[in-house]
Design a protein around this ligand. Sequence first.
Ligand code: HEM
Length: 223
Amino acid sequence: MSDRHIATAPGAAPAGQFPVSPNNPCPFLRALVANGYVGGHVVPLSQLSEMIGLASGETGSAQKEVRRKAWMVAVIANGLGPLRVFKSATSGAVLDELRNGPLDKHGGGSRILDADAKVHGDQIDRLASFGKDCKDPAGGIEIGLTAKEIEAFMADNIKRDGDAARWYFPILMKGEWPVLLKILGKGEGEARYLSVAEVRTLFVERRLPERITARLPKPAAGR
Ligand code: HEM
């Protein structure tokens, strides 16, 4: 497999975006930071979980549940020690210090983003190789991954990681690609799929589709 890097230098921000630290390895949070929906450093958990709840498109008690789950993940994202968890709960998660934290699988995931936050195009192609032609409800056909194919992709990521994979990685992974499918997916039921084109835009351009940003409050202006 060729090792194509598509990315701009880490920290460099395209016009209109805020720079994002390479120590924030989450593609979803990187897009929120780059586009001014949340700050790039300490973000109160109430604000972070509110953004995730709104992005989910859920309402009422279903949105509350999304927010609660996001809060639970974010409160341990910078460390598991009682003092650190207390600090996260009271002042917020430190988004530019997520690297090497409890949620970092050190290459056990897709490997689309490396430790310097460079995007590896060949790893996006690998993700696409797990997908199939999917019917876009807005018209046309595109390559996407349904829940079943995402399962296969994640299982292969664990396999590739070999002895480095820890027993809890599959648990962490449930909060990543399947949640992205839930939020970004197109279509309903078993046919719901994650568009590879939109995943590429998310990683490379740090942008969410307009149908998702329409659910969010107006962001801070970029540079
Ligand atoms: C609660 C706040 C969140 C925190 C603290 C967080 C943190 C992280 C971290 C540390 C990683 C890197 C894991 C690794 O490379 O091993 C990651 C990856 C990821 N996250 Fe998040 N995340 C959060 C919310 C979300 C949400 C809401 C979504 C989906 C909409 C999401 C989707 C992903 C995806 C798809 C990956 C990539 C995994 C891979 O490359 O295989 N995250 N996240």
